[in-house]
Design a protein around this ligand. Structure first.
Ligand SMILES: C[S@@+](CC[C@H](N)C(=O)[O-])C[C@H]1O[C@@H](n2cnc3c(N)ncnc32)[C@H](O)[C@@H]1O
Length: 215
């Protein structure tokens, strides 16, 4: 059994498998970074692939790591008991450092913590927290200068999620779609599960950063 199968997750298995494979394709040109790691359900499979490829850099991870009601329920359904308000960083670290010790976590609101990104070139970047404004554009404003043209992969989890909503909520979740449409010359879509059903789990898209973008 792969080690990540024991970790509570919010993403479907096919994404875990895809991230694991993506990790194995690491070329040594930059770090891997994830915004929205929760308990490690996506970070750990990615790390497993990276390790296979010889990854020797820090793994940067950003999250609030404070359990809310929905997270308490999701963890409970997957056999892990946490309390509302609990600091989840120790649990994430326990899951992630078991397989890879060099994890650099930033706990707090991404709008603030992202400013502390140390500036290593980025090869793999997974967004599973910035899905609305102002966080989405602010995170990219900080990280884009460290993307490598024709190399960096940007994974936007829940990209098509807006289609499940109406009104203001739909508008809010369209932030990533608007951004990628505005700057479509700078990215190519390498993986999109859109056509599969049900949409709420098959809604992730991965892009390759093609040419320099300054925002
Ligand atoms: C969808 S979950 C991540 C799940 C994980 N990637 C997985 O598949 O198992 C999103 C995570 O991002 C965090 N998050 C959401 N918005 C955030 C923000 N603005 N700042 C910091 N963390 C945030 C939540 O606390 C949660 O842990």
């Amino acid at each position: 059994m792969l080690s990540y199968e024991k970790i509570p997750k919010m993403s479907p298995e096919f994404i875990q498998e895809y991230l694991q494979k993506l990790g194995t394709q690491w070329t040594g040109q930059g770090v891997a970074i994830e915004l929205g790691s929760w308990l490690g359900g996506t970070a750990v499979p990615l790390l497993e692939g990276l390790i296979e490829a010889g990854y020797d850099r820090p793994f940067y991870s950003f999250d609030r790591w404070t359990a809310n009601k929905a997270e308490v329920e999701k963890a409970k359904k997957q056999g892990v008991r946490v309390k509302e308000g609990q600091n989840l960083l120790p649990l994430f670290l326990e899951n992630a450092t078991t397989i890879y010790p060099n994890i650099k976590p930033w706990r707090g609101v991404i709008l603030d913590t992202i400013k502390e990104y140390p500036g290593d070139p980025i090869e793999i970047c997974v967004f599973d927290a910035p899905k609305t404004e102002p966080t989405f554009t602010e995170a990219l404003r900080v990280l884009l200068p460290h993307f490598i043209p024709n190399v960096t992969i940007l994974g936007l989890l829940d990209y098509h999620f807006y289609q499940m909503h109406k009104g203001n909520r739909r508008e809010r979740f369209m932030a990533p779609v608007r951004f990628m449409e505005n700057y479509s010359d700078h990215f190519s879509r390498i993986k999109d599960w859109k056509r599969k059903k049900p949409l709420y789990i098959y809604s992730h898209v991965f892009f390759r950063y093609k040419k320099e973008l300054k925002i």
